[in-house]
Design a binder for this molecule. Sequence first.
Ligand SMILES: *Cc1c(COP(=O)(O)O)cnc(C)c1O
Length: 378
Amino acid sequence: MNKEKIWLSSPHMGGNEQRYIKEAFDTNWVAPLGPNVSGFEADLEAYLQQNSQVAALSSGTAALHLGLLLLGVKAGDEVLCQSMTFSASANPIVYQGAQPVFVDSEPTTWNMCPKALEAAIQDRISKGKKPKAIIPVHLYGMPYRVTEILEVAQKYDIPVLEDSAEALGSRYKGKACGTFGDFSVLSFNGNKIITTSGGGALVSKNRETKDKIVFYATQSRDQAPHYQHSEIGYNYRMSNICAGIGRGQMEVLDAHVALRRKMHDLYAAFFSEIAGVTVLQEPNEDFFSNHWLTAITINPAITGKTREELRLALEQENIESRPLWKPMHLQPVFANCPFYGSGVSEQLFEDGLCLPSGSNLTGQEIERIFVTLKAFFN
Ligand SMILES: *Cc1c(COP(=O)(O)O)cnc(C)c1O
């Protein structure tokens, strides 16, 4: 194949990343602590507002794990989790020896359905077990129905662990995603809206909690001159080198969000002419998506084509696209977990596709994508 690969979403550096890394080398802060770690945390806190306290960690998955730990989730507990998501939202529940209970999506944001959530809570309580936490996800950067989900959480007094791994730069009613949970999770993996090559963060509401997170993330060392431990620890802190990349990325975050939103607008305009194709869109002005990935559904009964045919047509042109997340309740590894819903996420998985959405797509690449789409739908 001679055409260069167009990726779904690839790292996009802003310029100063290498300067922060060089500084780390020059000052010998090549360790899981240092000025870049505290600087990156301060940048994120300033960006998120709402008195956010940010602990930079080695991954979003580690952040979810420590979030569950801090919420007191233990072996035998149940945790409610959005079914339509990446497996990393649910895996840490099992690390804690707890049981995931999956909740369906609703059709406007594709995220956790507040009605299915309430039905799940009532049923679990009636079976004798009140869930310990709720993990809703801002999929593809689209905020979930924050007000409704929080109302249900408050009504039953269950804490929220917000999975904002895909939604840095998104907002709901003007407030940043990553500030709506008792704890909130960010990811800086390679294909996310910003990257530190690999990394994540756990956002909490006060300084003592942040200190506790950092304590667990650095092997739970008690205050003593020797190594003394009263609790099980983890090696989850972010390195000062990765944090340097993060500081550079924060300088271009909003510019890159704008580029992804522009790409989304191009897709939305194109597909508005094609009956049977729906683009995931903000339901109203309460929602502001970073449009990390633009995602569509294709109704084969109207278009006469399937999402798999489109995926293969793009692949033929060396353009990457990807089916939506396969719901967790359909995954072999979670086959025995309870699920509450009515087929919304199944249908989305059946018909849905994510399209190339990187902020670094060139004009030529964008043209290649639309030439291929036009040819396919003609
Ligand atoms: C990427 C991602 C994670 C995990 O983050 P890592 O940094 O890759 O461990 C968790 N949840 C969702 C929804 C994600 O997309």
